[in-house]
Design a protein around this ligand. Structure first.
Ligand SMILES: [Zn+2]
Ligand SMILES: [Zn+2]
Length: 93
C-alpha cells in the first residue's frame, strides 16, 4: 500500500503525524481495541478533543457529549483534520 505512512505515530512525544505534515497530540489505537466503523482502518485517539478520529475518513468517531460546557466539545471543529487539499498544500509548501 502506497500510503502506509499516512499515519505515523511518534510514541516518544505522544504525537501522530498525518500525511507527513500535520501533527496532532494523540496515539494510534490497536485495531483489536477500536476500528473505524466506516472504513475499518486503525483509529487515532486525539488528546486535544478527548475523542477518536479516523484520519482516512476525516471523521469524528463519536458524537459530541451534549454538555454545553464541555471544553473538549466546545472547540471541536466540524472535521478533525484539514481536508486532503489543505494537507497537500501544507506538505508541499
Ligand atoms: Zn475511516
Ligand atoms: Zn464533551
Amino acid at each position: 500500500m502506497e500510503d502506509l505512512e499516512f499515519i505515523l505515530e511518534n510514541p516518544s512525544d505522544g504525537t501522530v503525524i498525518i500525511a507527513g505534515c500535520y501533527r496532532i497530540n494523540g496515539q494510534v489505537m490497536d485495531t483489536d481495541i477500536k476500528k473505524c466503523a466506516y472504513c475499518n482502518s486503525e483509529v487515532i485517539y486525539y488528546d486535544d478533543y478527548d475523542a477518536y478520529i479516523c484520519a482516512y475518513c476525516n471523521k469524528w468517531l463519536e458524537k459530541k457529549c451534549g454538555d454545553s460546557n464541555c471544553r473538549y466539545c466546545l472547540n471541536r471543529p466540524e472535521k478533525p483534520l484539514p481536508n486532503a487539499n489543505e494537507l497537500r498544500r501544507l506538505k508541499y509548501n
